[in-house]
Write a protein that binds this ligand. Structure first.
Ligand SMILES: *Cc1c(COP(=O)(O)O)cnc(C)c1O
Length: 224
């Protein structure tokens, strides 16, 4: 019980900080979707946030989506679920079925699978392409060198309805350079949605034009 009260206090404080960051950047709060990344957090806490009126959540593993969100979505049909993790090709169909927005497209094979899901289920979802702006070998995402041809292929060869681009900057560097790189790349393709900014750098991301910020720790506390 006290755990939940403590959590709600932190959460409400974070919302204020978020709103102030939007004001400071002279942005309009309606153009920024705050995604509460609930990975490794129990349904009980997620329910608290939903009951507070919040509807946008993120997860990075399909197993966790299945464990928590099949039930939560039945209970709360208005919630929007964002998949922000690495997409395994054999899990693509499950991700398509259970999530509303997919942030992490980075290979042609995944695009093909998503297109065949769209045909099979007569549904489309919202998609972001993940760009590995730091060209880090251990990280998902399309490298900068391949980004333009990959985006072009998604849009023109596969007719995928790409909404925007997503990135996770390298640790211990100034994230601003990466956010601006993502924004410039998006501009070249008229993609105005930018999924960027996490607990540590959301204020910078908002200043750089983020339209979707993905915040876990600052909302739900540290993950074990
Ligand atoms: C976990 C995660 C987040 C949230 O990270 P925090 O630092 O806890 O805010 C955002 N985006 C992705 C892709 C994640 O995996």
């Amino acid at each position: 019980m006290w755990g939940v009260f403590y959590f709600m206090k932190e959460y409400l404080e974070f919302l204020k900080i978020f709103e102030n960051a939007v004001l400071d950047a002279k942005r309009d709060i309606d153009e920024i979707e705050l995604i509460a990344v609930s990975k490794k957090k129990p349904s009980e806490l997620i329910r608290e946030v939903i009951n507070h009126g919040y509807q946008s959540f993120g997860e990075n593993q399909i197993q966790e989506v299945e464990n928590k969100w099949i039930e939560l979505k039945q209970e709360f049909s208005k919630t929007r679920l964002h998949f922000v993790g690495n997409i395994q090709s054999k899990k693509t169909e499950k991700i398509f079925k259970l999530c509303d927005v997919i942030h992490s497209i980075d290979r042609e094979k995944i695009v093909q699978k998503l297109k065949s899901c769209e045909e099979e289920y007569k549904l489309s979802k919202e998609y972001f392409i993940q760009i590995n702006t730091g060209n880090e070998p251990q990280k998902s995402g399309v490298t900068m060198g391949e980004s333009e041809s990959f985006i072009d292929k998604c849009i023109n060869k596969y007719n995928l309805e790409v909404k925007g681009l997503m990135c996770i900057p390298p640790q211990n560097v100034n994230p601003e350079d990466h956010f601006l790189k993502l924004r410039d790349l998006g501009k070249n393709f008229n993609l105005s949605s930018l999924s960027m900014g996490m607990s540590e750098d959301f204020e910078t991301a908002i200043r750089c034009g983020a339209t979707h910020i993905r915040v876990g720790t600052r909302i739900f506390g540290a993950r074990s």
